[in-house]
Ligand binder design. Sequence first.
Ligand SMILES: [Zn+2]
Length: 136
Amino acid sequence: MKNWLEDLQNKLQLWMQGRYGLDNLSKSLFILSLVFLLLSPRSSIFNLMPLIIFAFVSFRSHSKDIAKRQGELRAYLLFTGKIKQVWNLQKNKIRQGKTHRYFKCPNCKSDFRVPRGKGKIRISCPKCGHQIIKRT
Ligand SMILES: [Zn+2]
């Protein structure tokens, strides 16, 4: 039994040599396919979604075009990074809403905060230096 398992493990390692394998994008897509599988109503077009996603995950993990798969991963990480950034900003606005006020720079569109209760002040954007006059 042990020999059979070791033999199987060796064959799998040989099969996966030079292939891309699993990354965070594949794991997220796999979880998404499970969610589709659990939530999709019976006998609808959505029943095909988990299968299509799983086929794509399988294709990615067995692919030998590693540069292209890494490009997809990079785009995915960039996308999720932006979502996390927006999420964290909203979370901070709620947490620090009583002590700080948030503004968006009209020049570079970046968000920044200033302490509340300082009256009408001139604020310099920390990124581009553009100045605005606001009541805090
Ligand atoms: Zn700015």
